[in-house]
Design a protein around this ligand. Structure first.
Ligand code: FE2
Ligand code: FE2
Length: 453
């Protein structure tokens, strides 16, 4: 059985759970007329999704999964496949755990770089009736042992990028199949995972329990997240961290405490930089009623980026690739550059929202250019594009495709794959090989090779 089949088959197993003896039946009573008393939820498996690996890093990993009832989740973690010396890590942080009835988030910290870990997920079903009245009704564990490999200099330099999935699950099915076949070290989800989400259930569907064949699409391949403009829209998306946790606080300085989405990760010969271009409309646009704060956010990322690029493991990587949702370059003069005050409207542009982000380009690209960034991967336009480097712009830009399969041959979803190839000794013998997979035709759309910086 190849890896792809293995993943697909074992996904079915995640539906099953281990139920501690006597736990549910003991708490169920029959009413006088013999009917089962309420709480149908109690009969449903407590663990309601496969685990999702979030925020790929060299010394930490996030594990998130959905639950159907009040629960206190945990991860059993080991370097041994037989889990013999597993340690238990509970959800939440210090003081209290994060008991809740929707999503369990467990942060695994103190990990070794470029190391394979084995893990299982479980949760205690909790009856909570007050400050002194709480008990464990039972414990359920997903019977499958999963594994992942942390990032780091010795990890394999191999990534995939998806973007603008917009909760279109027929497309997401194709993308996750392709990713399973390619088996990269990590995936960068480059924004617009949805349209807008008012309820947490929609976010759970988008990330943790999508209606696709591969329920375990992110259980062994870790994800990084560069949010798009749509990922902040809707009441639930104002707190997307309830489903996709923030990055570990100790992985950034105290000055950058609120920059929980940016990432700077070394993966083999590649340094991966994640930036957030935020909304595609001005903070002053009346449509948003003063409820967004993108301008300050974009500026705050400048100091973070400057420091991240100086970090040894980032500065010494032969390849530097940045990811953000809205393009940082566009040479079409009719395309709105996202800085039209106060409400984005200007008759010279074809749309009243950002087609590209001139402000972010001015803030960030001088730093990236000085660091000899070879490639910036963006999204947002829903049409694949490659902008080769020029004499004045040393970096290339790739714009990933859109979510639809019914818009003709020019518009197609993409999986952008990056992999380091070694063809000879030293840095000169290494190339970053980019393959753009056209997910409408199932063919390779483009290939590019970048030299080490
Ligand atoms: Fe989009
Ligand atoms: Fe977008």
């Amino acid at each position: 059985m190849d890896r792809r089949e293995f993943l697909k088959n074992s996904a079915a197993l995640t539906a099953a759970t281990v139920v501690a003896p006597g736990m549910l039946a003991a708490d169920k009573t029959a009413s006088k007329d013999g009917a089962q008393t309420p709480d149908a939820a109690e009969t449903a498996p407590l663990i309601a999704s496969a685990p999702m690996l979030q925020n790929y890093a060299s010394t930490s990993m996030g594990v998130a999964f959905a639950v159907s009832d009040m629960a206190n989740g945990y991860v059993l973690l080991s370097e041994r496949p037989d889990m013999a010396d597993a340690r238990k890590v509970k959800c939440g942080g210090y003081r209290v755990t994060d008991m809740n009835d929707k999503v369990q988030q467990i942060r695994l910290t103190g990990l070794k770089p470029a190391t394979r870990y084995y893990y299982r997920i479980g949760a205690d079903r909790i009856s909570y009736q007050g400050g002194y009245k709480m008990k464990i009704l039972g414990t359920e564990e997903d019977p499958r042992t999963y594994s992942f490999v942390t990032a780091g200099k010795d990890a394999e330099g191999h990534f995939c990028v998806i973007n603008d999935t917009h909760a279109r699950f027929a497309t997401f099915d194709l993308l996750t199949d392709k990713i399973a076949a390619l088996a990269p070290s990590c995936v960068i989800w480059n924004g617009d995972t949805c349209n807008n989400e008012e309820q947490i259930e929609g976010q759970i569907r988008n990330f943790l329990a999508p209606p696709i064949a591969r329920k375990d699409y992110a259980s062994e391949i870790p994800y990084l997240f560069a949010p798009g403009n749509h990922d902040s829209r809707g009441m639930a998306n104002r707190h997307i961290e309830r489903v996709w946790m923030w990055r570990q606080p100790e992985e950034r300085s105290s000055r950058d405490w609120d920059l929980g989405r940016n990432f700077a990760v070394r993966m083999g010969d590649i340094a991966l930089i994640g930036l957030d271009t935020a909304e595609d409309k001005q903070d002053t646009n009346p449509i948003f009623a003063g409820l967004f704060n993108s301008s300050a956010y974009r500026e705050a990322q400048v100091a973070w980026l400057a420091d991240a690029l100086k970090r040894k493991e980032i500065a010494t990587a032969p390849f530097l690739v940045a990811f953000c949702h809205i393009p940082l370059f566009d040479d079409d003069p009719t395309h709105n550059p996202g800085d039209v005050a106060p409400a984005d409207y200007d008759p010279q542009y074809s749309a009243d929202y950002a087609y590209w982000q001139r402000t972010c380009a001015q803030l960030w690209t001088p730093l990236l250019e000085k660091a000899k960034c070879q490639l910036i991967v963006t999204a947002h336009m829903h049409i694949y594009r490659y902008d080769p480097p020029t004499a004045t712009r040393k970096w290339a830009q790739l714009v990933g495709g859109g979510p639809r399969l019914d818009e003709g041959p020019d518009r197609f979803p993409t999986v952008i794959e990056g992999r380091v190839e070694t063809t000879g000794p030293g840095k000169k013998g290494r190339k970053l090989h980019i393959t753009v997979h056209n997910m409408l035709t199932g063919t390779v759309q483009d290939e590019f090779r970048f030299s080490a910086r």
